[in-house]
Design a protein around this ligand. Structure first.
Ligand SMILES: C[S@@+](CC[C@H](N)C(=O)[O-])C[C@H]1O[C@@H](n2cnc3c(N)ncnc32)[C@H](O)[C@@H]1O
Length: 236
């Protein structure tokens, strides 16, 4: 299966998705301590990296897109390095070593074999106690339940046209993600929803910031129906 390169048509900093990136990054950030090391796989332009870096932490970002990586580099974040690499060939990145945290946010839906990626991470990039943070778009997101009722999709796991354009190979719910981590030898220690998304991005874009902030907070009342699921795993 050929990977879709959407670098030329998708700006991760300007797209509405940047809201989800920041909301996810704030949640991952709660687990981080000063001076820890972080491996961020699928770092894009480094927007998430801005929320992981600082406090003496060392962050290594990996992405397949040289254009995104150049923009991440240009941020000149302290103690951050950016490396070109393909998650479907993680063996080539073994030299990067082991980290206190591995972050895989909103990326495993695009790789050929997510289970193989997580297994490789668990073998080559963790120490006992490493936290592996994985987020993915949620097939049970509120906007997908609405689309189902409207007859726009026939199954919650259907990949929408926008998803296909941006390389989505599959949708996984929190149970699928937990099973993935388990089969890679990781232990789930926390699970939360990120952002309540009642409508597609282009409809949400028109809303004022305070409403969007409210939707980010309101997900705690419907944690199984957030735009994304964020699972935290511990390596044994
Ligand atoms: C949807 S963006 C998510 C970016 C960021 N992690 C976030 O949460 O906002 C997915 C990123 O993963 C990268 N990516 C997708 N498949 C990849 C692969 N096989 N190897 C390396 N990078 C990949 C894309 O280039 C893109 O920058």
């Amino acid at each position: 299966m050929t990977a879709i390169d959407y670098t030329a048509i998708y700006d991760p900093d300007r797209d509405f998705d940047a809201r989800y990136t920041r909301a996810t990054g704030r949640r991952v950030g709660r687990w981080l301590h000063p001076h820890e090391s972080v491996l961020e796989l699928g770092c894009a332009t480094g927007l998430m990296t801005t929320l992981l870096a600082g406090d003496g932490r060392r962050v290594t970002g990996v992405d397949r897109s040289p254009e995104y990586l150049a923009r991440a580099e240009a941020r000149a974040l302290p103690r951050c390095e950016f490396v070109a690499g393909d998650l479907d060939d993680l063996a080539a990145l073994e030299r990067l070593g082991r980290f206190h945290h591995v972050v895989l946010t909103n990326v495993l839906h695009e790789v050929a074999d997510p289970e193989a990626v997580l297994r490789r991470v668990a073998q080559a990039h963790v120490v006992p106690g490493t936290l592996v943070h994985v987020s993915l778009q949620n097939p049970r997101s509120l906007h997908r339940l609405v689309a189902l009722e409207m007859g726009l999709i026939h199954d919650l796991h259907d990949v929408a046209e926008r998803g296909e354009r941006f390389g989505t190979k599959r949708l996984m719910d929190a149970r699928d993600m937990a099973a993935l981590g388990h089969s890679a030898g990781l232990r789930e220690i926390a699970r939360e929803g990120v952002f309540l998304k009642p409508l597609p991005n282009d409809a949400l874009e028109a809303l004022p910031d305070e409403v969007l902030d409210g939707l980010e907070g309101a997900v705690r009342h419907l944690p199984e129906h957030g735009a994304l699921n964020l699972l935290t795993f511990r390596a044994g």
